[in-house]
Design a protein around this ligand. Structure first.
Ligand SMILES: *Cc1c(COP(=O)(O)O)cnc(C)c1O
Length: 495
């Protein structure tokens, strides 16, 4: 059955999956949603005997219906290869009273790799299918993590170039080192004098520049985005929830059809939305537990029905969740508004004008699958400490937010169903916060000394991504003013 995609803000002009991937965002500012969510056409038992790549095919073929079998399998094969440091791709580890789904075994040791290692291949395949002759130029503004994951996903992918802008003094030393040592002849990393908002605004201006777009087209280039609202990032994220479930089944931790809970440390709402889609596809998931850090705008939304971004932005030890506008939430709002684009559009307009909106009682009733809570900085550190003390297993700060919220959920509900926690980053990515949580004596040590200590206490080898940056040469040292971003792009493309 063919699945088409239309905007959350209007149902006109439905497009094929490959077109939605190429466009990223709909022209009316809405997000692409499938006209209906397909249902799994293999049994859980059949899926339990498959590799990660095979499960990926069974899930993604149902959404990306204009891709041929060969095209999709080729994308999957190129994405989930030895870039991952384990053949399992997404291992499931039992610790304490939950299972941790480790989504950090890819090139940049965070869960963004799960989608960004396949997006470049979905994008170039989509370009071919739609007779796009231009080279695709990916433009990204990053506050640290997405930039590196996109760089390593697109590095040396034929038919693409990638340009990443980051705030020169606004990312961690490790994050900067990860980016400026990026290999690949089609990669370009630029620090800007300014903050993340300046980088983001500059990129948006370049995207919106019609004159530049025409000039680029003349020269054989066109822009695209690797943003997390692209369905080419959302669909690959559904896969690992299915994979985790059938893994539990295969290991006889659950019986077929038994419902499990899923806990997701949430920022932009992409990861947890994928879990929600998995549930709609027929995967036996009961509650979707949405974990926030001190930027608890989603917790407030789930408890009050009001989404309100008018509040102070808190810098936390789980920076990838420091977000006040969760873009992907729009897809859920659209759905609970009865798939009504007009209603959704009204709420989104209220959000962009006054910074808040309130949903109706009727809409709230449809949020019963979700439970929201949050963890303070202190609770997050305590969770890392306690889990390590009781099990020897070390988790990162983002995963700790989820783990803490799971404890709150259990206390509040007494629900003891088998539970999977999405583990979104390696503790090696946030070594200092993690080690300080375990023992304050580590505070005085240098970054790489901490890395070695973490390896000692956890018994987990230092990941390649960290080993590499110890010695890797700096390959990018370009810095520009925030007003020069457009010229910088042109220089890089030689136009
Ligand atoms: C991006 C990110 C998140 C948040 O995921 P969303 O899909 O934006 O909700 C959580 N943890 C880590 C480590 C991340 O990089």
């Amino acid at each position: 059955m063919e699945i088409l995609y239309h905007s959350t803000r209007s149902k006109g002009n439905p497009v094929k999956a490959s077109e939605a991937i190429l466009k990223g965002l709909s022209e009316d500012g809405g997000l692409y949603v499938p006209e209906k969510i397909p249902v799994l056409d293999k049994t859980l038992e059949e899926l339990a005997d498959m590799t990660y790549g095979q499960v990926a095919y069974e899930v993604m073929k149902l959404f990306l219906t204009d891709f041929t079998e060969e095209e999709l399998k080729d994308c999957i094969r190129r994405a989930y290869d030895e870039k991952f440091d384990t053949e399992e791709i997404a291992p499931l580890v039992e610790a304490g009273d939950a299972y941790y789904l480790e989504l950090f075994h890819g090139a940049t040791i965070a869960f963004k790799d799960m989608a960004l290692s396949i997006l470049p291949h979905l994008l170039t395949t989509s370009a071919k299918k739609n007779q796009v002759k231009n080279e695709i130029v990916i433009l990204t503004a990053t506050s640290g993590d997405t930039g590196k994951a996109a760089l390593s996903g697109f590095a040396d992918v034929e038919g693409t170039r990638i340009i990443v802008f980051y705030p020169k003094n606004g990312v961690s030393p490790i994050q900067e080192k990860q980016m400026v040592t990026q290999k690949g002849k089609n990669t370009y990393v630029v620090g800007i004098h300014g903050n993340f908002d300046d980088a983001q605004t500059g990129v948006k201006q370049i995207f919106g520049d019609k004159e530049l777009a025409a000039y680029m087209d003349e020269k054989g280039f066109q822009f695209s985005s690797a943003n997390s609202i692209n369905i080419g990032r959302l669909v690959p994220q559904i896969v690992y929830y299915v994979y985790a479930y059938v893994k539990l089944l295969k290991e006889e931790q659950i019986v077929s059809g038994e419902k499990i809970n899923v806990v997701v440390p949430t920022g932009n709402f992409g990861n947890i939305l994928a879990a929600f889609y998995a549930k709609q596809m027929g995967l036996p998931i009961d509650r979707l537990i949405c974990a926030s850090n001190e930027n608890k705008v989603l917790y407030d939304f789930f408890t009050s029905g009001t989404y309100d971004r008018n509040r102070e932005f808190v810098l936390t030890s789980s920076p990838s969740m420091d977000i006040l506008i969760s873009s992907n939430l729009e897809r859920l709002i659209y759905r609970i508004a009865g798939n009504d684009p007009a209603k959704n559009k009204e709420l989104m307009a209220a959000l962009s004008q006054g910074g808040s909106y309130t949903i109706t009682e009727e809409m709230r009733e449809q949020l019963r699958d979700f439970y929201g809570n949050y963890a303070s900085e202190l609770e997050t550190a305590q969770t890392i400490h306690d889990l390590y003390e009781s099990t020897g297993y070390v988790i990162d700060t983002h995963t700790a937010v989820a783990s803490c919220v799971y404890q709150k959920y259990k206390e509040a509900t007494k629900d003891d169903k088998v539970t999977v926690i999405a583990s979104t980053a390696s503790p090696y990515k946030f070594t200092r916060s993690v080690m300080n949580a375990i023992d304050s004596k580590y505070d005085a040590m240098g970054d790489f000394e901490l890395v070695d200590r973490l390896s000692e206490i956890s018994g987990v080898d230092v990941p390649r991504a960290i080993e590499e940056i110890r010695t890797a040469p700096v390959l990018h040292d370009h810095v520009c003013d925030k007003t020069q971003m457009k010229q910088t792009v042109k220089d890089f493309l030689g136009i």
